[in-house]
Design a protein around this ligand. Sequence first.
Ligand SMILES: Cc1cc2nc3c(=O)[nH]c(=O)nc-3n(C[C@H](O)[C@H](O)[C@H](O)COP(=O)(O)O)c2cc1C
Length: 308
Amino acid sequence: MSNATFDTRALRNAFGAFPTGVTVVTTHDPGGHPIGFTANSFTSVSLDPPLLLVCLAKTSRNFAVMTEATGFAINILSETQKDISNTFARPVEDRFSAVAWNNGPHGAPVFDSVAAWFDCSMEQVIEAGDHVILMGRVQAFADNGLNGLGYAKGSYFTPALAGKAVSAAAEGEVELSAVLERNGTVLLLGDTSLTLPACAMAGGEPTATLQDYLRDLTGLAVSVGFLYSVYESRADNRQHIVYRASAGDGEPAAGRFLPPANLAPEMLANPATTDILRRFAAESSIGDFGVYFGNETAGKVHPVARKA
Ligand SMILES: Cc1cc2nc3c(=O)[nH]c(=O)nc-3n(C[C@H](O)[C@H](O)[C@H](O)COP(=O)(O)O)c2cc1C
């Protein structure tokens, strides 16, 4: 695509191909209350002087407070802090009750157990289309040596999860399954005891094995994405590796696409499936409030209008 009237959704998806970390940007409002929002547009800028930046949407509820603040902190979330990312991306009343935090040396809230934090003075606020760029000068920082949480194509990814999958695969019998999504619904097999589509790992590349299986099963175009969960089931003594995947249009040859939020646990084959679908429904809902989540092929296109 190459002209000035891009499809913004396609452009957003293309931007989303760049894997990033996840941060929470924090400051205090004039009444002294902490405020903060999830952002993956963080970039380091300069070592000398020590500068960094983050982009803030003009639709942010805290736009005025953030742009008039004398400083802000960047909290780089660690891989166990996905829930914090979700909380600070939703219109939750008291986002800070979800996290242990203190004021940093320059005054902005810094979180416990983050991969790193930077407490900054405001260097510059730069106009940039539907966003502004907040450029900060680092006044204090800490590096806790933890792995950062990753984010790409509308999904979180975690380095430790990938490592766990590799060792699970090395350890023996592995079942591969998929949260195969389309327009906010997930493909489930069975009538009364619903399961995610799953196949045995038959050597080779797990994503290719799973992709072939899902295509044969459904007859649909399928694209396998990031790892979603790795667990060992006591029920069958097997390692399970779950990926996210998206399906194209058409009637599936097997199974049904169902909205995960409406499924009662008794309709599902086991507690692991219940947990996975519950988590998927919760994470999908944050897309309603940000332009940073979801992609068209996955059918996870959410309105941004509700943000205002
Ligand atoms: C992973 C992720 C990254 C995000 N990155 C940004 C960002 O860089 N800038 C931004 O303005 N919003 C970003 N958002 C959306 C905001 O977190 C979201 O709109 C939030 O509700 C804004 O809160 P506020 O309106 O209270 O400021 C992101 C959301 C997620 C889930």
